[in-house]
Design a protein around this ligand. Structure first.
Ligand SMILES: [Zn+2]
Length: 93
């Protein structure tokens, strides 16, 4: 039986997508996408795959949110206080 998480894994194995992309492709709320991503990242290790997060980046000063562990997007840049943040993207490899 196919599940939303399996569909999500298949999509992310083909390319990089933001939570918003995934919410539109799978017709989920963005909040639910993040919940699924957390579960996917835990379950993939047993399949020798991993969920890679391309970190969020400030579009104003290019600050990269490297150390960020959470999946959700940050609200504000700690360096320039800018609020134009490029969404983190996800892929499975
Ligand atoms: Zn910035």
């Amino acid at each position: 039986m196919r599940t939303i998480r399996q569909d999500m894994i298949d999509i992310l194995a083909r390319g990089e997508y933001t939570a918003r992309d995934l919410s539109q492709m799978l017709r989920l709320r963005e909040k639910d996408v993040y919940d699924h991503l957390v579960h996917i990242s835990r379950s993939l290790s047993s399949r020798k795959l991993k969920l890679t997060v391309v970190p969020a980046r400030c579009l104003h000063c290019s600050y990269v949110f490297e150390s960020r562990n959470r999946f959700t997007k940050p609200g504000r840049c700690p360096r320039c206080r800018g609020e134009h943040i490029e969404d983190p993207r996800y892929r499975v490899e």
